[in-house]
Design a protein around this ligand. Structure first.
Ligand code: FES
Length: 609
């Protein structure tokens, strides 16, 4: 006898093979996939349908491909304020094309509302994303993110879960205006704050600017980490061309959301467009090319290393040196803050990623696959490029770059044997890209805050400011404190840039001659950064890719020995013995050169790197 079930469309009972006990449930699609374990698969499916029907779904709806939509709306995340409208548009795209849209939440992280840092929570968000994609019956998933750490966390999780995914970012905010000048988060947040510290902006002005820096919903409107990661998602083939740059508050953004829903339905039946099949080393080379050509955020280096590290076939084929190699052949073409002068809206109006791809064509891997099932080259050929008059575009022709090559460089030397990163194109004083000076060492963020503006601090414009203990472990979450402020007494004299080093990160919206992500970080007992002292002579040579301290190997070894003995004698609690997520983080986080992922989340698992 065939089981019966009620079809909500007409209230009649209909035959339903789901309850036919003579047939095993073998489907890996729709509601029948990934059943909850009750020891009786038919009962599991029966019960699942009992509960989903409480939401009013019909058998017809439940027979459709299920498209999960990850909702990262949060009142604490203004960068995601437009997610409710985006979800409506995605659902439209899903349901016009025969799918069933099911939204569900994951963690949402905003830069300014996450303590100690958003980076501290990135891996937790990736775990949440991975496990919820795996646990729930989705045939494909739309990942809606935007603020800096959200998109890398989502892609890390999606690669590990390996179900088909389409990305949708919330999009950049519009710029504001102050005294007739455009301003926008967050390069102008930093520039104006530095001017306020230097006394060139008064308290009324800084308060008025505060009202204008983030005038709409959306992500920071310059080439910061969010915009960089959005461009990278297009380069990886996970998002439509205009998806990176259409303003958060535009109608175009909603149409992209609808398009993403449609694409997600087509992905649902694909086995060849799952993230691990779709993404190859070529995809990552395109991503790094875009990172270099846009003068993108240094944070993207850490994120891309973590994303690549999740992919069993790509892990180990992309490392810090790959970024430097790609950089040497890639010109900086996009004139956006912080390397240039413009905002994401200008990039969008200049043709955005499609226009940039056309300039970069000789450097791109055009056979890399995209989530539409066509290659990047095929997508470019199918899309119409609207030519923008040269004087109105912020995208330079390939042979007229803003910066010849290597906007991001990788430095190595006895101070950074595991590597360090600098956004050379954002240096405000290019003389400093080849510079030797005496170190002024701050032992941690608190020490910096206490002493940097001390009028008696022994520092001059040629000094090298060093900040220790802001690496992945040292100050859990590797804060964006790498843009060490210019000591006030020097700022008041007009000093705008100094050579600065740390094991931390810097906001993608910030600029200066700043060495970041020094590995191993100073919290590691054998770190050379960790044994630096005031007066040590440090040399940074961007062209030679060197970062060295003028100490002999014997001197370095002696200082490390001394430090180890002090650590042994110390009564301080080992941070790895902390409880909860903090303990998990301290025990598992990798160095920046490996993307600061957790060792047990990488494709190779713990202990394999
Ligand atoms: Fe969210 Fe800048 S704070 S993108």
């Amino acid at each position: 006898m065939v089981a019966q079930d009620t079809d909500a469309s007409n209230g009649q009972t209909q035959p339903n093979s789901d309850y036919d006990l003579s047939k095993p449930i073998t489907s890996t699609q729709g509601m029948r996939q990934g059943l909850t374990s009750y020891g009786d698969a038919h009962f599991s499916l029966f019960l699942r349908k009992v509960f989903i029907k409480a939401m009013g779904y019909s058998e017809d709806a439940l027979s459709r491909p299920i498209i999960g939509i990850i909702n990262t709306y949060s009142s604490f995340n203004p960068c995601h304020a437009n997610i409710p409208q985006l979800m409506e548009a995605v659902k439209r795209g899903v349901q016009f094309n025969g799918g069933l849209a099911m939204e569900f939440p994951t963690i949402s992280i905003h830069e300014s509302f996450a303590s100690p840092t958003s980076m501290y929570l990135r891996n937790l968000m990736s775990m949440d994303t991975e496990e919820m994609i795996k646990a729930q019956p989705c045939d494909a998933v739309v990942l809606i993110g935007g603020c800096d750490k959200t998109t890398p966390a989502q892609l890390m999780g999606a690669i590990s879960a390996n179900k088909p995914v389409a990305h949708l970012v919330t999009g950049p905010m519009m710029p504001g205006s102050h005294r007739g000048q455009r301003v926008g988060a967050c390069t102008d947040c930093r520039n104006n704050w530095a001017a306020f510290r230097a006394g060139t902006i008064d308290i009324e002005d800084i308060a008025a600017i505060n009202d204008e820096l983030a005038p709409t919903a959306g992500t920071c409107g310059v080439m910061g980490t969010a915009s960089t990661m959005a461009c990278i998602l297009v380069a990886l083939g996970m998002m439509p061309f205009a998806g990176a740059s259409a303003p958060a508050v535009s109608a175009a953004r909603l149409r992209i959301a609808e398009q993403t829903g449609r694409i997600a339905v087509s992905l649902a039946s694909s086995t060849t467009l799952k993230p691990r099949a779709l993404l190859t080393r070529s995809s990552f080379l395109n991503a790094i090319t875009v990172l270099q050509a846009t003068g993108g955020s240094t944070n993207a280096v850490v994120h891309l290393l973590a994303i690549a590290g999740r992919h069993p076939d790509v892990a180990g084929t992309i490392d810090l040196d790959t970024f430097d190699e790609v950089g040497r052949r890639t010109p900086l073409l996009v004139d956006l803050k912080p390397s240039g002068d413009n905002y994401m809206t200008d990039f969008h109006n200049s043709g955005g990623m499609l226009a940039l791809f056309h300039e970069l064509k000789p450097l791109l891997q055009l056979d890399a696959m995209t989530f539409t099932g066509r290659t990047l080259g095929e997508e470019m050929a199918a899309a119409t490029l609207i030519q923008v008059p040269r004087n109105l575009s912020c995208i330079q022709p390939f042979d007229e770059p803003l910066y010849l090559a290597s906007s991001l460089v990788v430095l190595r030397g006895n101070l950074a044997p595991g590597g360090a990163v600098m956004k050379a194109s954002a240096s405000k004083d290019r003389r400093l890209t080849r510079h030797s000076g005496k170190a002024v060492v701050f032992h941690n963020s608190a020490d910096l805050a206490q002493r940097v503006d001390d009028p008696d601090l022994a520092v001059d414009a040629d000094s090298v400011l060093v900040l220790q203990s802001i690496g992945p472990k040292g100050n859990p979450g590797m804060p964006e404190a790498g843009m060490i402020p210019i000591p006030r007494k020097l700022a008041a004299q007009g000093v705008q840039d100094m050579l600065r080093l740390s094991d931390g990160r810097m906001s993608g919206t910030a600029g200066g001659t700043i060495v970041l992500h020094i590995s191993p970080e100073s919290a590691e007992l054998d770190s050379v950064l960790g044994i630096l002292r005031d007066g040590d002579v440090i040399t940074c040579d961007v062209n030679g890719r060197g970062l060295n301290v003028d100490l002999t190997q014997e001197e370095i070894a002696a200082r490390i020995r001394e430090r180890r003995e002090a650590a042994r004698a110390s009564k301080e609690r080992d941070p790895r013995r902390e409880r909860g997520y903090r303990g998990l983080y301290q025990r598992s986080v990798l160095q920046a050169e490996f993307g600061a992922d957790f060792d047990f989340l990488t494709a190779n698992g713990p202990g394999e790197i």
